[in-house]
Design a protein around this ligand. Structure first.
Ligand code: ZN
Length: 236
């Protein structure tokens, strides 16, 4: 009886350890089981990337005009079904010379999903991105940054880069000036900043982005796209 209890205890501990490891792995920004994942780039050059998740939506014009004011190219991780709904908005992003990434078709968590599901999520979105006239190679960002086994396995097999981020002011702050301060204090060469201006109905997020553009430029940094940032890797 005692032995049986000890055994059950060990099994429970093991299950918790496995679940904890899987949880850590699913959420890790800079580690995955297969293929390349980039949360920031190791470089001494003062270059950083501004990335936007989700959409496109009707907010596109305002975002593009802000970026244009500062002569900055950003990277937009677009959702397949949003491109389907707003192909014109997606086209504007491509035509303005920004980088476009694949943020899956349905924006579901790419965890515990079949290979066929994952393949469809990526490839359907690739086709939509190609349809708006974007011809460059397309990097991928999993929704919520979550991935476990199937998602990185598929991307590695198809030699696709997984791009996450290392600065996410929206997770910690709601006020624009707090977001700006956080980025200003934590920015480093090779940083990848994540912002969410697409579904924002106020101009709070745009204000934060403008503040970040000003503050980070003042610190002597240049904003580049993810493709450009990757060329600075190991460039020390
Ligand atoms: Zn997203």
């Amino acid at each position: 009886m005692k032995r049986k209890l000890a055994y059950s205890g060990m099994v429970i501990v093991l299950i918790f350890a496995l679940a904890f490891t899987a949880y850590k792995l699913m959420n890790a920004r800079n580690y995955q089981l297969f293929g390349n994942i980039t949360a920031h780039v190791e470089t001494n050059d003062k270059v950083v990337a501004l990335t936007f998740d989700d959409g496109p939506t009707k907010n596109t014009d305002a975002i593009l005009s802000l970026l244009d004011d500062y002569q900055v190219k950003a990277t937009f991780f677009l959702i397949g079904k949003d491109i389907e709904e707003q192909p014109g908005e997606a086209k504007k992003i491509a035509e303005a010379g920004h980088q476009i990434g694949n943020h899956t078709y349905s924006h579901k968590r790419m965890v515990l999903k079949s290979t066929a599901f994952i393949k469809n999520e990526i490839e359907k979105t690739d086709a939509l991105i190609a349809n708006i006239g974007y011809t460059k190679s397309v990097v991928v960002r999993p929704p919520y940054g979550k991935k476990l086994i199937g998602f990185p396995y598929y991307l590695n097999k198809h030699q696709r880069e997984t791009i996450t981020w290392n600065l996410e002011p929206d997770t910690y702050f709601t006020e624009a000036d707090e977001k700006v301060k956080y980025v200003q204090e934590n920015i480093q060469p090779g940083s990848i900043i994540l912002m969410h201006p697409m579904y924002d109905s106020t101009d709070n997020e745009l204000q934060a982005i403008e503040g970040i553009l000003q503050a980070v430029t003042k610190e002597g940094y240049t904003f580049v796209t993810i493709d450009e940032l990757l060329t600075f890797k190991n460039n020390q």
